[in-house]
Ligand binder design. Structure first.
Ligand code: BG6
Length: 495
């Protein structure tokens, strides 16, 4: 999907939130791999920006220690990255502090990457503008979540647009940087067989499951304000849904794809308080056993600012939704979206279930026992595509034909070495390719639907249902789960 619109890559990256969790876990390792593989410009330099009072040497020591795991294997790349890195301590809420510390970089095209909480986006953006770092070809990269609801997302987008045009704003959803997610587009638009059946006449339902075994551990404060709906559904799951449901774009350029995704998001049927009981489940994990290890339950942090007039309906670590897209292609087809922390297995999968054949000719099995065709696209932890068909390969030479389910397994015999999603997104941001980034109007369309759910939960007083860590969520959510969910667990345990 790479499309190089700029002749040269930008070579200066200003990383805000350099000592944060995201930088440590993903951004520095990604930069390390890109340097190792010589994919960054020879003149690449990194300006790490944080609150801590380090000088260059102290920051490099800190970073060297964080990269310890990589260091043994990639000593040269680590040293290379450290030599290209300088550190600047800045109070990100202080415009003058940003100007004083960073205007020295305004003489070159920079990419400023905000790996910070969203409440810092506006102050940092204003500081960068005052420092001359948003002019000319300079770009701005922002991590999700863009705001907390539609109003706050609009305020952030308006503030960004006051300083730079949309072509230079790169909103990250790291799921779009995953190769198996990009493969959804390849499968959908590269195959006549799928083109012919990809609509309500032939598709019964679509399931999107993102199950994690990890807990909220250490992020309770953030989670208390966001929960699974805002943390996972608003972005990653709706991006998956949009790629599966969108109309074919005229071309694979950034705006053609984003126009189509936005149309799908805008066609999502808003939820009301009357819908939520039948079409949603909220869950919260309790103590249990995950992957053989005893873990404790989720601790809900009560917010000080909680408005006393609105009941505290708690925060969910699991959510199941039945969504409908009100357009010609998808009329009446349920999209079941399920995501949760501390679940039985880590798996991300999309399951497309087809309608039964129009007329059943066979005695065995009887029609009711025939399995409908099913396309299972497993994206994580391994990539694997399976098409469920009915056939009679094992039928006797003569006698009654008996059909059985057969799986056409398209897994690759040797799985390719996958890169961290951020490697691809960092390269695209330095190159100016927006295809895998989310446009402002898409973010707002997603929030509009999410707000309808959180408002409906509040109005209906929808409580969270407990589930034991290591399970598939609250029992009442079982009808929302794809039939493949339990087999994912079996595959892993070898049973
Ligand atoms: C992040 C969420 O965006 O995505 C996390 O904030 C979640 O809560 C993570 O764990 C999941 O990403 P991945 O790549 O591990 O599926």
């Amino acid at each position: 999907m790479a499309e190089h619109t700029e002749p040269r890559m930008h070579d200066t990256l200003l990383l805000f939130g350099a000592t944060g969790d995201l930088s440590q876990r993903y951004l520095f390792p990604s930069l390390l791999h890109l340097l190792r593989d010589r994919l960054l410009p020879v003149s690449f330099r990194l300006v790490a920006i944080g609150r801590h009072d380090y000088d260059d040497a102290a920051f490099r020591d800190w970073l060297r220690a964080r990269l310890g795991k990589e260091q043994a294997r990639e000593r040269d790349a680590v040293e290379d990255l450290l030599q290209r890195t300088s550190y600047v301590a800045v109070d990100l809420r202080e415009r003058d502090s940003i100007v004083a510390a960073l205007s020295q970089y305004a003489d070159r095209p920079c990419v400023s990457y905000l790996a910070t909480p969203p409440d810092l986006f506006v102050p940092v953006c204003e500081g960068l503008a005052a420092a001359g770092l948003l002019t000319g070809p300079s770009r701005l990269v922002l991590e999700k979540p863009i705001g907390h609801d539609l109003d706050s997302a609009r305020a952030i987008n308006a503030s960004l647009r006051a300083h730079l045009d949309e072509e230079r704003i790169f909103r990250i959803d790291h799921y779009l940087g995953k190769a198996p997610v990009q493969n959804l587009l390849a499968l959908r638009f590269g195959n006549t067989l799928l083109e012919a059946v990809w609509h309500y006449r032939w598709i019964e339902s679509v399931d999107i499951l993102v199950a994690e075994t990890a807990g909220v551990d250490g992020r309770e404060d953030y989670y208390a304000d966001y929960g699974a709906l805002r943390d996972m559904v608003q972005n990653h799951m709706l991006q998956l849904l949009a790629l599966i449901a969108m109309e074919p774009p005229g071309a694979l350029d950034a705006d053609s794809i984003r126009d189509e995704k936005r149309k799908v998001l805008r066609a999502l049927r808003p939820m009301t308080a009357a819908d939520v009981e039948a079409n949603t489940v909220r869950g919260r994990y309790e103590a249990g056993v995950v992957e053989g290890r005893a873990v404790s339950g989720f601790k809900h942090v009560l917010r000080q600012s909680q408005d006393e007039r609105t009941p505290d309906i708690g925060v969910e670590t699991f959510v199941a939704l039945r969504a409908y897209i009100d357009n010609w292609r998808w009329a009446g087809v349920p999209f079941n979206l399920v995501t949760g922390k501390r679940m039985a297995a880590r798996t991300t999968e999309v399951v497309v279930s087809f309608k039964p054949v129009s007329h059943w000719l066979f005695e065995r099995p009887v029609r009711e026992q025939a399995l409908p065709n099913r396309l299972v696209m497993r994206l994580q932890p391994e990539e694997n595509i399976e098409l469920g068909l009915m056939g009679s390969l094992a039928a006797p030479e003569w006698g009654a034909m008996e059909l059985q389910p057969m799986a056409l397994d398209l897994s690759m015999s040797s799985a390719p070495q996958r890169r961290i999603a951020y490697e691809c997104l960092l390269l695209d941001a330095l190159n100016g390719n927006q295809t895998l980034f989310v446009r402002g109007d898409e973010v707002e369309a997603a929030w509009q639907w999410i707000d309808s759910i959180s408002d409906a939960w509040r109005d209906a007083g929808t409580a969270t249902q407990p589930y034991p860590a290591g399970s598939w969520g609250p029992a009442v959510a079982a009808p929302f789960l794809p039939v493949t969910a339990c087999s994912a667990q079996h595959d892993r345990s070898g049973s």
